[in-house]
Design a protein around this ligand. Structure first.
Ligand code: AMP
Length: 447
């Protein structure tokens, strides 16, 4: 199967080939014809599956095929893509630009944390495809600086994450401002009852596709656990980076304070590192991400805010410096490596305090992770567990009060338990049923 066979125009196929893609991924094979056909779509797909091109390519094609009224005073916004985080919004819009480079369509991205005036100027000039986070879009709506009355296609990308981050009310306000007649595409990695309710209210006889097993970890990722004492994690990480010559490694910490501290410690050892989390300015986050992407920064330390937004081709190493206290975040975190068929390695540094969290993760992914003690970093067999500090300071930046965190050793199975409400399949998938994703922390901001 080629991109041409999916019904995409030469201009789009050319741009896609220039990215080095020759074969559509499974989500693309299914989503592209479905979106080109003009109907609604409910898609179960995680990041790393190629879902962005799965909706971007057919949207570009549909918009390019139908020219707008040249007499219109300004080109109206015809497609709106909502994403949960600023980083993801920026990446999606970059994809729109890259894939649409041979078309006469333009795009813009709007999100919070940066000045609103340049965005107003952009919107005034006329935009065909707008990528936005819900909070900032609402700001523009309230100021009357965005006109959504001509939207033909709406995409809710990572809808589960948007709901976890408390954006449902914002999304509803946006939906109310859209024309009734439009095409709706909803992408979500998990299917809670909340997502099901949103999909029921939004989608009209949608095509339903699903490509990745829910809560499964991508097979090409080699995963292992290094047991280590709590206060030896940092020396162990430095040791691994140096001895294994890791040139680009994404490290997850549980707290913003932990991220900052680790950056400082690595810096003292001449390992270049920057942190990316909710307390960093947008400029600092963008800078860290771009230096990491271009290879000038060796280590990017992130809290879970970044887990969904970061898209770096073939990221070879992800390290869980702390295990996440929500097991599903483990899957999201390690999904940053081994993307779109590349192989990757995910390493977790686990101390005695985290044995309960590790058990919860292994239960979720239905496999026991191999453990490997690194010589010189053997954990003290008599160490006793201490309570885990779940957050540093106030606020992950979300827009609603944060969910109660599970105690370190508790099982999270008490959450939800609702029957899965995911889409039925037309494609290859074997999603095990039964577990609804528990609430995620709201780390990123849509504003
Ligand atoms: P996404 O799931 O949209 O975040 O995409 C994950 C990664 O896969 C991105 O880095 C894309 O550039 C890459 N990608 C998307 N489609 C393809 C394809 N057909 N072949 C190879 N890589 C792809």
């Amino acid at each position: 199967m080629s991109f041409t066979q999916l019904g995409l125009s030469d201009d789009i196929v050319r741009a896609v080939s220039e990215q080095g893609y020759t074969i559509p991924t499974p989500i693309q094979t299914q989503a592209i014809p479905a979106v080109l056909a003009g109907g609604d779509l409910l898609a179960g797909a995680q990041t790393g599956t190629g879902k962005t091109a799965g909706f971007t390519l057919p949207i570009l094609q549909r918009l390019a095929a139908k020219s707008i009224n040249p007499a219109a005073a300004r080109r109206p916004i015809r497609a709106l893509i909502l994403t949960p985080t600023r980083e993801l919004a920026a990446q999606v819009e970059e994809s729109v630009r890259v894939y649409g480079k041979y078309l006469k369509l333009n795009s813009a991205v709007i999100f919070g944390g940066v000045g609103i005036n340049p965005q107003i100027t952009l919107l005034k000039r006329g935009v065909d495809i707008l990528v936005a986070t819900p909070g900032r879009l609402l700001d523009h709506m309230q100021q009357g600086t965005v006109d959504l009355s001509q939207i033909e296609i709406l995409v809710l990308d990572e809808a589960d994450r948007m709901l976890d981050m408390g954006f449902i009310r914002d999304i509803k306000k946006v939906l109310a401002a859209l024309p009734k007649q439009r095409q709706n595409l909803l992408f979500s990695a998990t299917f809670s009852d909340e997502i099901k309710a949103l999909a029921d209210g939004l989608l009209n006889a949608p095509a339903m596709i699903e490509v990745a097993r829910r809560n499964s970890t991508v097979e090409v990722i080699a995963q292992k656990v290094h047991p280590v004492d709590r206060n030896r994690k940092h020396p162990l990480l430095s040791h691994l980076i140096k001895t294994q010559q890791w040139s680009q490694v994404l490290v997850f910490t549980r707290t913003k304070h932990g991220a900052n501290k680790l950056v400082e410690q690595l810096g003292k050892e001449s390992i270049s590192a920057l942190a990316i989390h909710g307390n960093k300015s947008q400029a600092a986050r963008t800078r860290a991400l771009s230096e990491f992407k271009d290879g000038s920064l060796q280590v990017l330390v992130a809290t879970d805010i970044a887990a969904r937004g970061i898209d770096i081709d073939q990221l070879p190493h992800v390290v869980n410096y702390d295990l996440p206290n929500v097991p599903e975040d483990y899957v999201h975190r390690i999904g940053r490596t081994g993307r779109a068929g590349a192989t990757g390695e995910a390493v977790s540094l686990v101390c005695v305090d985290e044995h309960g969290l590790l058990k919860d993760i292994e239960k979720l992914i239905k496999r026991t992770l191999p453990q490997e003690v690194v010589a010189g970093f053997e954990p003290d067999p008599n160490a006793t567990p201490q309570p885990i500090q779940l957050r540093s300071g106030n606020g992950g930046g979300g827009r609603r009060p944060q969910q109660q965190k599970a105690p370190a050793n508790s099982s999270r199975n008490g959450h939800g338990g609702a029957k899965p409400a995911g889409p039925s399949k037309t494609g290859a998938s074997n999603r095990p049923g039964g577990k609804t994703a528990p609430p995620h922390r709201s780390g990123g901001r849509g504003r």
